[in-house]
Design a binder for this molecule. Sequence first.
Ligand SMILES: [Zn+2]
Length: 64
Amino acid sequence: MDELPAYSGAEPECPKCKHRHASTNWRCEVRAVGFQGGVDVPEHLERVCSRCGYCWKEAVHNAG
Ligand SMILES: [Zn+2]
């Protein structure tokens, strides 16, 4: 399983536009079974940039 990046705090830097604010939404785990190339995604946080709308995944808990 791929490791998700650790939660980056209240003001993460958007990888696309470098804006330093994003909303945070919890997402439950996703099991993709029976699809070619399907992947399991553990529960994670979906960060959405408040300026450009880019979204990315982060781990629910801080690493360490
Ligand atoms: Zn952005």
